[in-house]
Design a protein. Structure first.
Length: 350
């Protein structure tokens, strides 16, 4: 059995009580706050991608492409798009496509197809105004689109799509999401049945509809299924005693910090990753799979251990683990009382 990371789980140490009391003192907590903040800072500075970065790394180029072409999509989706827009970020987007061509060259990749699709729809929208006011940009854009006509003609590529209120409302009315959401509980009693890979993949595919900053989709899902792997992974999480080993699989949701481009996005990994994790839980529930979210509220040394034990890249920020499986024939769940809505909801007049 692999035990190098056993030390990170306090409840498994003989000195757990004493060490826990020590870590809980005000002085040590103040020190840990400072050290944890420095650790988070160095992680962010080490892996984030500046908006004007000249990079050849595929994942970072993908992120920058998403940032720039999504601006075009968002503007095209406005009720009344300006007759001419986007000239400030059209050049950088074309520069990124040039960099992609030189360093990666895969023009069948989804971010590139989407960028080219958005550019084609942008060209259709601005017409000749771009050529009249910014002839050099217009020439660069036309050259790029002519070189890749095959990558811009599919409906799933970038740009916009037209929906109707009637169709949307009819679909929404056919669902009972309130009942579905009220059905969700954290389940800690699983059957021995395994969850098929195809089912997990389908749930992840559904959860990918989760919104994220500039549609950058930083989330990643790591699946651990063998008893040995689950044992190693669960040792890095302090909150699964008595049931974690019963789960069919343990999912580790993380966020790729390389897709974030400014200090203003320093917390976005947790926002995007957390929203995705909730979508994933619902997508699994829709297929009859129950789950229990396991927090990763870790000190810096525990975060290091999670990366090493779970074999995830250093640039990924762990968000949470999720124990999943089919429910036992009968099982108990915590009631988990919720606050009154009035305690959460505020109507504001400014």
């Amino acid at each position: 059995m692999r035990l190098p990371y056993r030390w990170v789980v306090l409840r498994e140490q003989k000195t757990a009580g004493a060490l826990s009391r020590l870590l809980g003192t005000r002085a040590v907590q103040s020190l840990l706050h400072c050290v944890d903040a420095l650790y988070d800072l160095q992680q962010y500075l080490r892996f984030f991608t500046p908006l004007r970065a000249r990079t050849k790394e595929r994942r970072k180029l993908e992120a920058l492409l998403f940032v720039h072409f999504h601006k075009i999509e968002k503007t095209l989706a406005l009720p009344e798009p300006p007759p001419l827009f986007g000239t400030s970020y059209l050049g950088p987007l074309l520069d990124l496509l040039d960099a992609w061509e030189h360093s990666v060259g895969d023009f069948g990749a989804i971010p590139v197809r989407a960028a080219l699709g958005a550019l084609r729809r942008y060209r259709e929208r601005v017409g000749q105004r771009l050529a009249q006011e910014f002839p050099e940009l217009s020439s660069r854009l036309d050259c790029r689109l002519v070189r890749h006509p095959e990558a811009t003609g599919r409906s799933e590529d970038g740009g916009t799509q037209r929906l109707t209120a009637g169709a949307f409302q009819a679909e929404a009315a056919a669902m009972d999401f309130e009942r579905f959401a009220l059905l969700r509980h954290s389940v800690r009693n699983f059957s021995a049945e395994s969850v098929p890979r195809e089912l997990i993949a389908r749930a992840v595919r559904t959860a990918q509809r989760t919104p994220s900053v500039c549609n950058r989709q930083a989330w990643r899902v790591h699946v651990y299924t063998s008893p040995e792997d689950k044992d190693v992974v669960l040792r890095t999480q302090d909150g699964n005693a008595g049931f974690g080993h019963l789960a069919a699989s343990i999912l580790l949701v993380s966020s790729d910090t390389r897709v974030y481009v400014s200090s203003g996005e320093r917390h976005q990994a947790y926002v995007d990753g957390g929203m995705f994790a909730m979508s994933l839980v619902y997508a699994l529930q829709a297929q009859g799979v129950v789950s229990c979210c396991l927090n990763l509220c870790n000190y810096f040394f525990q975060d290091v251990a999670v990366h090493r034990a779970c074999r995830i890249p250093a640039w990924e920020t762990p968000i949470m683990m999720i124990a999943i499986g089919y429910p036992a024939a009968e099982f108990q769940v915590a009631v988990s009382a919720r606050l009154d809505t009035e305690a959460v909801l505020s109507w504001r007049t400014l």
